[in-house]
Ligand binder design. Structure first.
Ligand code: UDP
Length: 568
């Protein structure tokens, strides 16, 4: 059946169920944003002109909320614990529902088993009936549970799984054999999934799919009202847990010279000792009251933690300036406890790199807090700066619906493109006659040849491809970013070819196929070229001064980095 946009969210609230503080939080959010979602769905419906595609049967298993995984979140919802995940799950549920798919939501192992068709009392056995779902959205906890209870069927069906994974999982950490051999093993496992099956909260590495969430949107009247009601001297501190205030006395004292400081730190009976007396602490607020506070404030200020949550986007969307600390050296799994053991090599350059890179001034100020003068100067300038509320399209309801719709229609990890050539490089004599080249040189890089055949079903369409050679110190993510493009991992298969080096005028004394997440690449000083032997290891992330990498870049829609210009 065709998927038909829905126009009422009440049935979704039924589906979500009751009995946990976390579920109540999500339902409150769904109710509060309902009108904005419904308007966005109508707009997308018009844009798609009836081309909605098939209705999918989707299981949403929120593993971290199950008792079996400890459900550490639900009890903390009212105590300032992390809410970002709940925000995102609420939005994913809403988007999938509005797009017209048929949903089942589970938050316990028992419900999971009965929906998968695992007979009660039987553990690790293959399913007796075919899996009744086209797609399963879950998280790392849920993945573990499915593996434990589906037996051999897990391998068969894992291509239908989508893993909601806040910080992302890079290919080098995902590939079991490679991770084990090369020291990329982490506690999160190595699932040998297609890296795009992992879906992140921000567009971290394009190796994973960017899922995101939404923020409240303002209409023209609200924008006007907010602008005239702003209290120019009011600052709100980012963070609900008292611990983030520890050791920040110096900054707070400087800020207090210019602004009235507000906080939303959870407390039981007394003011937390970390929060100075001159701060007006509201305690943890319900989400919509927190938004009201942001509407009045001029400045939203981060002291380095939490990393990369939704709140800064909400602040900017409500007309605040976001001031945050630059991390120099950047935080990563090598030097910071929080990232230790996470399956990513990302180097986090500030508390909120998305705000820094994708939004920037005048909305976002990223400064060195070790330099008090720079910090104070930033505050003074911000006080004189006028800003309008701003929300990138990809964080609007329409943007999220558009993106998820595109993923559901186009991402297919169950039927993979044909495998790359055999592992051994062929001797020149044995080489097949050259096929018409898909790429053509363009001074500094390669572009898709206008004459090349293009697979009409390939997504993203291959003609948005540009091949650039990285500097040794840059990953492909960065190499593409510097050209106003984004790395597109599905295109690696087009450039994992000997001819491509030639076309880029690179001399290869030897060319080998090997397993390495940095390949295809060239070790320039020794004229050695390398091709990728294992398609699961194609990776936008990763760099090493030894190599210059071949990077597949593509264009993107303004405000929607996940989609190329012709991707809809
Ligand atoms: N939030 C809230 N009450 C507050 C402060 C924040 O409901 O007093 C919400 C906020 O609207 C945001 C969510 O908490 O959507 C998550 O915020 P944050 O960026 O702090 O991320 P986290 O670390 O909780 O994942």
């Amino acid at each position: 059946a065709q998927a038909a946009f829905r126009s009422d969210l009440a049935p979704l609230l039924e589906l979500v169920g009751t009995g946990k503080e976390s579920l109540s939080f999500m339902k409150k959010r769904i109710r509060h944003l309902a009108q904005q979602w419904l308007r966005a769905a109508r707009r997308l419906e018009q844009k798609l002109k009836g081309q909605q595609g098939d209705q999918k049967h989707i299981l949403i298993h929120i593993g971290f909320l199950t008792e079996e995984s400890g459900d550490v979140f639900s009890p903390r919802v009212l105590k300032g614990g992390p809410l970002g995940e709940m925000v995102q799950w609420a939005d994913i549920l809403t988007a999938l529902f509005l797009l017209g798919h048929s949903l089942k939501v589970t938050v316990s192992l028992k419900e999971l088993q009965s929906n998968l068709g695992v007979p009660p009392g039987r553990g690790n056995c293959p399913l007796t009936n075919p899996l009744p779902f086209d797609l399963i959205y879950t998280d790392y906890h849920g993945l573990q549970q499915m593996k434990q209870h589906m037996g051999l069927s897990f391998k068969k069906y894992r291509c239908r799984v989508r893993v909601i994974d806040t910080f992302g999982t890079e290919p080098a950490y995902n590939h079991e054999e490679y991770a084990t051999l090369r020291g990329f093993r982490t506690n999160w496992g190595y699932w040998n999934l297609h890296p795009s099956q992992f879906m992140t909260m921000f567009p971290h590495t394009p190796d994973n799919s960017f899922m995101g969430f939404v923020s409240e949107e303002l209409n023209q009247t609200e924008r006007q009202r907010i602008k005239s009601n702003k209290v120019g001297s009011m600052a709100v501190v980012y963070g609900k847990e008292a611990s983030i205030w520890k050791g920040k006395e110096k900054f707070l004292a400087i800020l207090n010279k210019y602004m009235e400081i507000h906080g939303t730190v959870y407390y039981e009976t007394q003011r937390p000792p970390e929060v100075p007396a001159f701060v007006k602490n509201h305690g943890l607020l319900p989400q919509h009251e927190f938004q009201q506070l942001l509407r009045k404030a001029k400045l939203f200020i981060g002291f380095g933690f939490p990393y990369e949550g939704p709140a800064p986007l909400e602040a900017i969307a409500n007309g605040c300036v976001f001031l945050q600390a630059r991390f120099n050296p950047p935080h990563s799994s090598l030097n910071h406890e929080f990232f230790r053991g996470k399956p990513t090599s990302r180097e986090v350059s500030s508390q909120h790199p998305y705000a820094e890179d994708f939004i920037g001034k005048p909305h976002v100020w990223t400064v060195d807090y070790n330099n008090s003068e720079e910090f104070e100067a930033a505050i003074k300038t911000i006080l004189r700066t006028q800003v309008d509320p701003y929300l990138p399209y990809e964080y609007t309801c329409e943007g999220m619906l558009e993106r998820i719709h595109a993923y559901i229609q186009h991402q297919d990890f169950c039927t993979m493109p044909s495998p790359p050539p055999p592992a051994k490089a062929q001797s020149p004599a044995m080489q097949s006659p050259p096929s018409p080249l898909a790429l053509s040189p363009n001074a500094t890089h390669l572009v898709w040849s206008p004459s090349a055949r293009r697979d009409p079903h390939a997504w993203p369409p291959a003609d948005s491809l540009q091949v650039w050679l990285s500097e040794g110190r840059h990953a492909c993510t960065e190499t593409c970013r510097r050209r106003g493009l984004v790395c597109e991992p599905t295109f690696f298969r087009f450039l994992n070819k000997k001819e491509v080096f030639l076309q880029l005028s690179i001399t290869c004394d030897s060319t080998e196929y090997e397993m390495n997440h940095l390949y295809p690449a060239v070790a320039e000083n020794v004229h050695e070229c390398y091709l990728q032997k294992e398609p699961l290891l194609f990776s936008c992330a990763g760099h090493n001064t030894k190599y210059r990498r071949l990077c597949p870049c593509r264009d993107y829609r303004e405000g929607q980095v996940a989609l190329c210009r012709d991707c809809l």
